[in-house]
Design a binder for this molecule. Structure first.
Ligand SMILES: CC(C)(COP(=O)(O)OP(=O)(O)OC[C@H]1O[C@@H](n2cnc3c(N)ncnc32)[C@H](O)[C@@H]1OP(=O)(O)O)[C@@H](O)C(=O)NCCC(=O)NCCS
Length: 157
């Protein structure tokens, strides 16, 4: 019986900390896991980046590859000059992924109701943020209040 090859650690497929684009892959030897962090290019949004596209193929899940990808991607992101926070969106029913993000310090900011519509079925989405040390909030109290309640409660409530 042949044993499946052991995946190599995450390596960059196309990464530029300077431009704010990180794409990491895990290979065994084909691509079995991926993660991306993309910094917002607009001047007034350059303190933020999006984490997206995190995926490990089913046969390789539960072996720590997701954590490895997160550790390395976040380490690279911390090297981006002026980057203050990383945001992501995860389906509300994806408890495994949410738990993983929380263990890395991401916090739930608000939940978007009916974010996706798949046929007749709606999916809610959690918006989560990881704030780097030293990041400060300079907004007004009004903005802070709305952010903690979430747009769905203020816009429609
Ligand atoms: C989320 C995902 C990337 C995690 O990848 P992974 O390689 O399985 O993750 P890890 O092996 O590093 O495990 C990370 C944590 O997930 C949890 N986990 C992993 N496998 C699990 C399983 N079979 N059942 C329940 N929890 C599990 C564990 O809590 C683990 O943390 P712990 O070891 O500290 O307890 C992977 O499940 C996946 O690709 N899912 C589908 C796509 C997806 O949901 N992406 C995120 C979209 S925002």
């Amino acid at each position: 019986m042949t044993r499946p090859p052991i995946p190599s650690g995450p390596r960059a497929t196309s990464t530029s900390v300077q431009s704010g684009d990180i794409v990491l892959g895990v290979f065994a030897p084909e691509l079995v896991g991926i993660i991306a962090i993309t910094r917002d290019a607009r001047t007034k949004r350059r303190h933020k980046a999006d984490l997206h596209g995190m995926y490990v193929v089913p046969d390789h899940r539960g072996k720590g590859l997701g954590k490895l990808l997160l550790v390395q991607a976040l380490q690279l992101a911390r090297g981006m000059d002026g980057l203050e926070e990383i945001q992501l969106i995860v389906a509300a029913h994806n408890h495994e992924a949410r738990g993983l993000y929380e263990r890395f310090g991401f916090v739930l900011v608000w939940t978007e109701l009916n974010a996706l519509k798949v046929g007749a079925h709606y999916v809610d989405a959690h918006h989560m943020i990881l704030a780097f040390e030293g990041r400060r909030h300079h907004g007004s109290d009004d903005v802070a209040g709305r952010a903690s309640k979430g747009p769905s409660e203020t816009a429609h409530g």
